[in-house]
Design a protein around this ligand. Structure first.
Ligand SMILES: NC(=O)c1ccc[n+]([C@@H]2O[C@H](COP(=O)([O-])OP(=O)(O)OC[C@H]3O[C@@H](n4cnc5c(N)ncnc54)[C@H](O)[C@@H]3O)[C@@H](O)[C@H]2O)c1
Length: 434
């Protein structure tokens, strides 16, 4: 089946979705309100770092176009994905203002331009949003526009593979025919397609992210206990992960989760439960453990350096994870803020996120070269486990530093080798040879 597809919002999810659907043979028109993004995509350039994206944009460029004009996008599409951002509000609820703006825009254009279209919600939205959007569309004269929920599970840094080889595709619908049309887009991927109601599809997305975040906070607490009792969390996690009922994924202890999804989605689910009268005790703890985990690094540094006033601390890896330049809710932001508050002087290095970090880490001395970043530092903290960072010549790093403290916030290095190189090594929940 060759479909004419529109995508509203050409960010991480929208552009990856559009490019991948173009690679499957569909004709895709992306619409964004950001003229710079539209211009870059039109010129074949992805506006953000994602492995493999530029290549498929080039290969399937004849089936992928971008526009600022919603009317033009509607004229070239029947199935329209909504992939606008749904950031957290101050209360922790999801901010649906961009989604609602799309409805305003569709209403303003009028029913002739949208007749027979199906809107497909890819943005992560709280349970009940689909029913609310459906009611709004009916009220605004857009009653014959279909609506489906099709949450996205891709991970930044592995987005193309995740989209093309998903563990499952979830499609929630109000009308089976709409769900059939959306499910058909994914048939060639060969993944299980779960057909369900709209609220259930919405909940599957939140429950999945909340469960993964819970796994991370769980192993982080195990790591903290390991530090008290002399066990090694990396081996504990390996031993746990071999149990098929548990599985190895998301059992890496570290400095806490960040990013554009986990923090906001966990908080939105907690708020959603609270707003419905249910106190989600477990998620409250997951969030708290994650916040404390980021701050524990400061305690580790103080144990070695004492007062941090005037200390030179180098943060290696600023993006919230390797493979992306996304700085949203990155652990480096909290860490830098805490260290600056302690009076430390903070430097930062990232292989791709320095530009994205610049306006968020104004008081941090940013470097494009890792050796320049660590030269003269009293301590180094690995915040994001980029291969470029793990693969540094650590003997040389020890030589150019002023101090010898290394906090491996992702348990990415071999403690014995680092101790042999002269470092005072601290991992997260690891046994360090003396
Ligand atoms: N980033 C991820 O890894 C990921 C994974 C799964 C789900 N999600 C969800 O997908 C949604 C999008 O996330 P993202 O990371 O792609 O966000 P993003 O901020 O990268 O992209 C959103 C895009 O929407 C555009 N936009 C806003 N209002 C618009 C409008 N009225 N018309 C057209 N474009 C508009 C913005 O300009 C921006 O380019 C969110 O709900 C997020 O929770 C994200």
């Amino acid at each position: 089946m060759r479909a004419r597809i529109g995508v509203i919002g050409a960010g991480y999810v929208g552009l990856v979705t559009g490019a991948c659907l173009a690679s499957l043979g569909h004709q895709v028109t992306l619409r964004d309100i950001d003229a710079a993004k539209v211009g870059m995509i039109g010129g074949g350039e992805p506006p953000f770092h994602e492995a493999g994206l530029r290549e498929i944009m080039h290969e399937y460029g004849d089936r992928l176009r971008a526009t600022l004009d919603l009317r033009e996008m509607l004229a070239n599409s029947e199935i329209v994905f909504i992939a606008v951002d749904t950031p957290p509000t101050h209360s922790g609820d999801a901010d649906l203002s961009r989604v609602m703006t799309v409805l305003d825009e569709l209403e303003a254009i009028g029913p002739d331009a949208t007749r027979g279209h199906i809107l497909v919600m890819k943005s992560t939205v709280p349970v009940g949003t689909g029913e609310r959007v459906r009611a709004e569309m009916d009220r605004r004269g857009l009653g014959d526009v279909g609506y489906c929920s099709n949450p996205e599970f891709l991970r930044e840094g592995a987005a193309i593979t995740d989209f093309m080889r998903p563990d499952r595709v979830v499609v929630g619908d109000f009308r089976a025919a709409d769900g059939d049309a959306v499910a058909a887009l994914y048939e060639s991927l060969g993944a299980p397609i779960l057909r369900t109601s709209v609220p259930t599809a919405e909940m599957i997305k939140y429950a999945s992210n909340a469960f993964l975040a819970t796994k991370i906070s769980f192993i982080n607490e195990i790591a903290n206990v390991c530090e008290e009792v002399g066990a090694d969390v990396t081996e504990v996690a390996e031993g746990m992960g071999l149990d098929a009922r548990i599985g190895p994924a998301f059992l890496s202890a570290g400095v806490g989760f960040g990013g554009s999804c986990f923090p906001k989605d966990v908080s939105a689910l907690k708020q959603l439960a609270g707003n419905s009268g249910y106190h989600f005790q477990l998620l409250t703890s997951v969030i708290e453990v994650n916040e404390l985990q980021k701050r524990r690094v400061v305690g580790k540094l103080k144990r070695h350096l004492g007062d941090l006033e005037g200390m030179e601390i180098a943060l290696l890896g600023l993006a919230f994870k390797p493979g992306t330049d996304d700085m949203r809710e990155a652990s480096s932001l909290v860490l830098a803020g805490r260290l600056l508050a302690e009076g430390a002087r903070v430097r930062g290095y990232d292989p791709v996120a320095v530009e994205a970090a610049r306006h968020r880490l104004e008081a941090v001395d940013l470097h494009e070269d890792p050796m320049a970043c660590v030269t003269g530092a009293d301590a180094v903290v690995i915040v994001t486990e980029w291969p470029e960072i793990i693969g540094l010549d650590w003997v040389r790093v020890a030589q150019v530093m002023r101090g010898r403290v290394l906090v491996d916030g992702r348990n990415a290095l071999d403690p014995a080798a680092l101790v042999a190189a002269g470092f005072s090594y601290e991992g997260i929940g690891r046994v360090v040879p003396s």
